[in-house]
Structure formats: C-alpha cells, structure tokens
Write a protein that binds this ligand. Sequence first.
Ligand code: NAD
Length: 248
Amino acid sequence: MGLLSGKTAIITGASKGIGKGIAETFAKEGANVAFTYLSSVEKGQALEEELKQYGTTVKGYRSDASKMEDAEALVAQVVEDFGGVDIVVNNAGITKDMLLMRMTEEDFTRVIEVNLNSVFNMTKAVQRTFLKQRSGSIVNISSVVGVKGNAGQANYAASKAGIIGFTKSVALELGSRNIRCNAIAPGFIETEMTAVLDEKTVQQWRDGIPLKRGGSPEDVANACLFLASDMSGYITGQVMNVCGGMLT
Ligand code: NAD
C-alpha cells in the first residue's frame, strides 16, 4: 500500500523536470495520475507509457494552465475519466528573466498568467468537487525567489510570492471543509534545464548551499508527497522550503 493508494491527483506541467518527478513519485505511491502538458504531445505520451508500470490509472491531457476555460474543461474531464479528484499539484511555471529596465509589460504579464493565474484557475475549477466530498489537498509550487526576491526576476518573484498569499488565503477559507492548501518553495533544483548551464557557474551555486548540492526533482516530489498525503492531515497554509538550507 502506497501513501496515495486509491487517490487521484492532477499535476500540471508534468512533461519534464519537477512535474515529471512528482508524477513518478505519486504513481509509485499508488496514486492515479492525471497530468498536463502544454505543447509536447510526444513527451506526454512517453510519460503516460512510463507511469503505467506502477499499475495505477494514468492519463496525460494537453491543457494550458493559464487559461480558465482549459482548467475547467480539464477538471470536468478528469472527474469523468477517474471518478473524482483528491489532490491538485500546481506545478506549471515559466521564467522570462530580465532586469526591470528591459522587462516589457508582456514579459511581466505572461509570467503572472502562467505562474499565478494558473493556480487561481485550477483551484476555482476543483473547488466544487472538493467541497462536495469534504476533502482535498492542494500543493502549489512556489520558489525561494518568491520568499526573498531575486534581481532579474521581478516578474517571477512577484508570481511566486503571489502564490504564497493565495495559498494562505485558500487555507483559511476552506479549512473548515477539510480542504488543505500548502506551498513548496524549492531552491536550486537541477533539471534538464540547468544541465545546459556552464558547469563552473553551477558549481558556485552548489558551494553556496548549506547541503552543498543542488536539489533533485525527487527532493521536491517527496515534500509534495507528504503534503498531498494524509500524513500531513493537520498541516495547512504552510510554505515548506525545499532548498538545502538556502533559506534559514
Ligand atoms: P520546466 O521548465 O522543466 O517544467 C515546467 C513545466 O511546466 C513543463 O512541463 C511545461 O510544459 C509546463 N508548462 C509551462 N507553461 C505551461 C502552461 N501554460 N500550461 C501547462 N503547462 C505549462 O521547469 P521546472 O524546473 O521543472 O519547474 C517546475 C516548477 O517548479 C515551476 O513552477 C518552477 O517555477 C518551479 N521551481 C523550479 C525551480 C528550479 O530550480 N528548477 C526552483 C524553484 C521553483
């Protein structure tokens, strides 16, 4: 019996990186997994195939998390396909890094739409289902940058800080219905994306972290597993930093 046996989870943006790690960990722990991707149909199908080995129901959906109508259609389809939803992990996110001087209004707005509006969209879309069943766990992927800010990432930091305020408010509003909402703030997580960076720069980042290494998608996925499962049944409105001690 896994920690998520019998539960159905929606994970947004799971075609690669941290989202993929979360989907793998959840399936291993017995969850039925409905995951989304934006453009890479091939990667979505490959992940669907990979996750089938754990013996639970798995399905990928092409869905743009920044669009309310997509979020509503997704939740309706997942409820039809899986018979319900117990967990939502809002992981989809993008960066458009730029010093404020050169940041366009479009760079700012798009990052807010994908990173923050997406969390609002999915929470609104799943709310009725959670209220009806009087249970549910929402895990929002923020960032240490949302906690402490970062030069060159004003748009991203604003979106990730927004997620934290939203998370705490939803926890207060829906706690009486046994719906929990928490956030994870990952630090420097090494993914395909960081693998292309200059090794010397990456090593400098690692050296600055108390645990002396970058995190892995599994490190984030394990925290996510805890917050999604009944193990964290008395925890809501919290931000868990998964950052090797970067924030103390
Ligand atoms: P990634 O770029 O590897 O993956 C992002 C995923 O989001 C992809 O699957 C992509 O298809 C999806 N996505 C993007 N826009 C979307 C949209 N409009 N609708 C649906 N899906 C969409 O990035 P990652 O490093 O795995 O990051 C995952 C999350 O973790 C993001 O929210 C990111 O901000 C956060 N995070 C990452 C780090 C890190 O160091 N990698 C640190 C802190 C927080």
